[in-house]
Design a protein around this ligand. Structure first.
Ligand code: GLN
Length: 486
């Protein structure tokens, strides 16, 4: 049998149910992979090994006692360190939360724990999820396991790297403007960003509340379907979640077909400057769909060019508000607790705590956002961005009258070298060029591997669906996955 840590979630789950393996063995295999590789990769900020083994043994005992357990019971997960985990340090990769231990679990974490998952630890990210390379972490970057000189993408780079290095069986990420899809593409794994409101954000340390979504990152499409079903649904703690019923996504995959599927191919997403191999791989995937009976439809999303400027007004604006809670008083790092003599008044407590606690990108976003929201500038920036955001959403609404799904590359380039773009924040912002519009519109999208590009690094195919049609993008992704070896 293969090394246990290399199994997909479904393979591991079946082996557990047939009692061919134990959760303890599976967990130990992942923990030894972490021990062996993570000093190089740095996917994890915290490893909860003892707790993981205790949970695993408990699941094994319950299974031995004949208890009926779900498909996730005993499966080792890596959790992005932006989800509150009760009793386990939760940092958002920021110094300001370096020692923060939440007293409660995020809803998605609580749901997965109820299903019996084993939490291996918390994964690295760009500080507060601001970034596209995991280089903005206050605790140092994560490396791409496929080439350790390159970034894993971001902000969920730790989760993507943990999967690609087989240090976990499945992982959880968040996507505000691409942070699940892009690292999935860079590391050659599957990542799905559900519709805004499909999965609870309660207990997620907020970045941009109007676009933040939680989603699975996995080795296969079927794994993603199973995890999505487990985490989706209405939550009394998050008023933006919907009461729409959660589907049994996996059951859709069993009879998936792309015969007659209308695939929109937006011309604005094959931009100049895109690496030629990316376009080649994605066009080849589109041809494969056509051969399987799908129809390709040339479509236009005319406001695409405004997605980056709009996103980089909306996001800092919401960030500047959301990060206001870290004030050096209530929780998190406090300069006055350090008995700094300069903390003579409230303003000094605020400014010294924040000056020490936040990294450069968080500070940049606080300043841009505060500016965009301030009196006299609000109309010109925030309000204007909000209006154009509506136009971006309408582009998609028009197109979805004619097509079932939209397919594009996930990123215009493969994983770049560590340090290559850190000198210029705008270069990193441009990484979101094929991702931000979907987030602003709140649509679901998945990234799946579709071959290798420059430097033999993975290329991602992005499949975008209409609101709450996760089953359609999962089915389309599944068919492709089944017909290729990527
Ligand atoms: N790269 C984008 C940003 O820096 C997206 C981040 C995210 O999705 N969390 O804002």
């Amino acid at each position: 049998m293969r090394k246990l840590n290399t199994l997909s979630l479904i393979e591991a789950s079946e082996a557990l149910q047939k009692k061919e393996i134990s959760s303890e063995e599976l967990t130990r295999a992942c923990l030894s992979a972490i021990k062996e590789k993570d000093s190089t990769i740095h996917a994890f900020l915290t490893v909860t090994d003892e707790h993981a083994l205790t949970t695993a043994r408990d699941i094994d005992r319950r299974r031995a006692n004949g208890e009926r357990l779900g498909p996730l019971a005993g499966i080792p997960f890596a959790i992005k360190d932006i989800f509150a985990t009760q009793g386990v340090r939760t940092t958002a990769a920021s110094k300001i939360l370096e020692e923060y231990v939440p007293p409660y679990d995020a809803t998605v974490v609580a749901k997965l724990k109820e299903q019996g998952i084993v939490i291996l630890g918390k994964t690295n990210l760009d500080e507060f999820a601001h970034g596209a390379s995991t280089e903005n972490s206050a605790f140092g970057p994560t490396k791409n396991p496929l080439d350790t000189e390159r970034v894993p993408g971001g902000s969920s780079g730790g989760s993507a790297a943990a999967l690609a290095a087989d240090m976990c069986i499945a992982a959880l990420g968040t996507d505000t403007g691409g942070s699940i899809r892009q690292p999935a593409a860079f590391c050659g794994v599957v990542g799905i960003k559900p519709t805004y409101g499909r999965v609870s954000r309660y207990g997620l340390l907020s970045m941009t509340s109007s676009t933040d979504v939680v989603g699975p990152m996995t080795k296969t499409v079927t794994d993603a379907a199973v995890v999505l079903e487990a985490i989706a649904g209405e939550d009394g703690h998050d008023a933006t979640t919907t009461a729409k019923p959660v589907l049994n996504y996996r059951s859709y995959l069993e009879h998936a077909s792309v015969k007659g599927l209308r695939i929109g191919v937006p011309r604005e997403y094959f931009i100049s400057g895109m690496q030629p191999e990316i376009e080649q791989r994605v066009r080849a995937a589109l041809n494969a769909y056509e051969k399987l009976g799908a129809t390709l439809v040339d479509i236009a999303l005319p406001h695409t060019q405004y997605a980056i400027p709009v996103y980089y007004i909306v996001t800092p604006s919401e960030v500047s508000s959301n990060l206001g809670r870290y004030d050096g008083i209530r929780y998190g790092y406090s300069e006055c607790r350090m008995q700094n003599a300069e903390c003579r008044n409230l303003e000094a407590v605020y400014s010294l705590s924040r000056a020490h606690g936040f990294g450069p990108e968080a500070k940049r976003r606080i300043m841009i956002g505060t500016y965009a929201l301030s009196h006299g500038y609000y109309d010109a920036y925030y309000l204007q961005a909000a209006k154009v955001r509506t136009l971006i959403r309408r582009d998609f609404e028009e197109v979805f009258k004619k097509v079932d799904v939209i397919m594009t590359p996930t990123s215009p380039n493969v994983a770049f070298k560590i340090g290559e773009k850190t000198g210029d924040p705008l270069q990193l912002y441009l990484e979101d060029v094929l991702l931000a519009a979907v987030s602003l519109a709140g649509l679901p999208a998945i990234s799946i591997p579709c071959g290798k590009g420059a430097h033999n690094m993975p290329v991602g195919l992005q499949i975008i669906g209409n609101y709450f049609e996760e089953e359609k993008i999962l089915s389309a992704a599944y068919i492709y996955e089944q017909t290729t070896t990527h």
